[in-house]
Design a protein around this ligand. Structure first.
Ligand code: NAD
Length: 493
């Protein structure tokens, strides 16, 4: 089997130590590819390439923004041209349904176009300043940060890569990217596309391997100016502490335990459908998953019955067959989810539906979990406090708006939250009180390239997407020009 390689300084190369690892299809446990299994030595080489490209030749950062934009549009064209292949790869190593993978590919192409457009509009500002020092012209310019290390998780392989690569490159940075070791396949194709688009050598580098072996140096190295990470809160903490050596900028998009609040005056059928998207989309492996449903007591029974009916009707299977729900990414992740389910039962939550591995037919060879609803959940249960990252939802009830808000905020996380109500003023009141970075009213989980994405509290800091997403990868330089050289203003006696 051919080994998928690292891409360093414009060249494809095997890991320096010669090691490689299997990539598994979680729908049937089969090996689908072998990829380079890099160590810190490979990452060091990639960082050196990015460093030389940025601080040496500086071709990319000096390139006029409209020309950079042109290359990013070419990347978007390349993604569209290879859309079927990319969607298939994300489906194969992640397990997600094909139509969801297709949606990710469209979003990825649109994200490159969005940042190509954004870098083409005015970036800095001109300031009217005091003339105390004589007449001055003051302006600011947005410059790239330098060498950026980008690390992503496995749940949206192509999309998470794009959310970081597109703005980092648009801003003129040179990057080293390490995707998850579980889902590296679409990243290899994306780098073929970057290569074909004509990015100068060293501008974008790809290192394949595990976090501790291949990723950690991106946080530690003094030759990296920024590290941006999407993944678990625990790894985010490790990255933040490894990054202090040179005080590099850190961006963290971490986990969540997000509340989905449903009031009795909401459209019940709509709330059920959005709640399904909130917690079963992408097998529930979504950082913003509405994994805590907080529901007004008077409608709880009707809501839970309908939710269970809809969950039980979901088709489960190989992502390539486009079921409602695909495979969990790995045996390890499936085992974690099943352990959460067992603990929830032991701690007294009432299992309404699901609650077990799914093993019908061909699925017996893969890692599938039935969509699971737990009722009668209490705040002290692990299911209510810990991120599961799978198709499992905890239902709790409230009686008043104030109680709902208090329950929603009773978590160390702050990534997302939703509110369902037909009372517009109440929706706005509740949203204002939710301590989370992404919120929805009468919908759950829609995400847009144009709007910022990121967390409060232990869900991290920094923002992906939108204008903020570009600014994360820029630093601002202030320029003050004396229009009358020799004049010193008030300082002159
Ligand atoms: P993870 O933290 O285990 O791994 C994420 C990435 O970090 C992988 O590429 C991994 O190889 C790497 N890594 C692991 N240890 C490292 C280390 N010591 N140094 C450097 N890199 C290291 O997370 P995961 O299991 O891949 O993904 C699931 C988590 O990601 C969930 O907690 C989820 O909430 C979170 N997530 C958050 C967002 C968001 O936008 N907030 C989006 C997607 C996923």
């Amino acid at each position: 089997m051919e080994i998928r390689k690292n891409y360093i300084n414009g060249e494809w190369q095997l890991a320096l130590g010669g090691a490689s690892r299997d990539v598994i299809n979680p729908a049937n446990g089969e090996v689908i590819a072998r990829v380079a299994d890099s160590t810190a030595e490979d990452t060091r080489q990639a960082i050196a390439a990015a460093h030389a490209a940025f601080y040496g030749k500086g071709e990319w950062r000096r390139m006029a923004a409209p020309r950079r934009a042109e290359l990013l549009h070419r990347v978007a064209d390349g993604i569209k041209a290879r859309a079927d292949e990319l969607a298939r790869l994300d489906c194969l190593d992640n397990g997600k349904p094909l139509r969801e993978a297709r949606g990710d590919v469209d979003d990825a192409a649109a994200c490159f176009r969005y940042y190509a457009g954004l870098i083409s509009v005015p970036q800095g500002g001109v300031y009217e300043v005091s003339d105390a020092f004589g007449p001055m012209h003051a302006y600011s310019m947005h410059e790239p940060i330098g060498v950026c290390g980008l690390i992503t998780p496995w749940n949206y392989p192509l999309l998470m890569a794009t959310w970081k690569l597109a703005p980092a490159l648009a801003a003129g940075n040179c990057v080293v990217f390490k995707p998850s070791e579980l889902t590296p396949l679409s990243a290899v194709v994306l780098f073929e596309i970057l290569h074909a688009a004509g990015l100068p050598a060293g501008t974008a580098n790809l290192v394949l391997g595990t976090g501790p072996a291949a990723g950690q140096l991106l946080a530690e190295s003094h030759d990296v100016d920024m590290v941006t990470f999407t993944g678990s809160t625990r790894t985010g903490q490790l990255i933040a502490s490894a990054a202090v050596g040179n005080l590099k900028k850190v961006g963290l998009e971490l986990g969540g335990k997000s509340p989905n609040i449903i009031f009795a005056d909401a459209d019940l059928e709509g709330a059920v459908e959005w709640a399904m998207i909130g917690v079963f989309f992408n097998q529930g492996e979504v950082c913003s998953a509405g994994s805590r449903i907080l529901i007004e007591e008077s409608i709880k029974d009707a809501f839970v019955a309908r939710l269970a009916e809809r969950a039980n009707a979901m088709t489960i299977g190989n992502g390539l067959d486009d079921p409602d729900m695909g495979a969990i990414v790995s045996q390890g992740q499936m085992d974690k989810i099943l352990a959460h389910i067992e603990r929830a039962k032991q701690q007294g939550a009432r299992l309404v539906c699901g609650g077990e591995r799914y093993t019908e037919g061909e699925c017996a060879r893969g890692y599938f979990v039935r969509p699971t609803v737990f009722d009668n959940c209490r705040r002290d249960m692990d299911l209510v406090r810990e991120e599961v990252f799978g198709p499992v939802v905890a239902v709790q009830t409230f009686r008043t708006e104030a109680e709902a808000i208090a329950m929603a905020n009773d978590t160390p996380y702050g990534l997302a939250g939703g509110v369902f109500t037909s009372d517009g003023a109440r929706a706005l009141r509740v949203i204002r009180e939710i301590r989370a970075g992404v919120t929805w009213v009468n919908c759950y989980n829609p995400t847009f390239n144009e709007a910022p994405w990121g967390g409060y509290k232990m869900s991290g800091y920094g923002r992906d997407l939108g204008v903020n997403g570009l600014q994360e990868y820029q630093q601002v330089k202030q320029v003050n020009i004396n229009l009358q050289p020799g004049v010193l203003g008030w300082y002159q006696h």
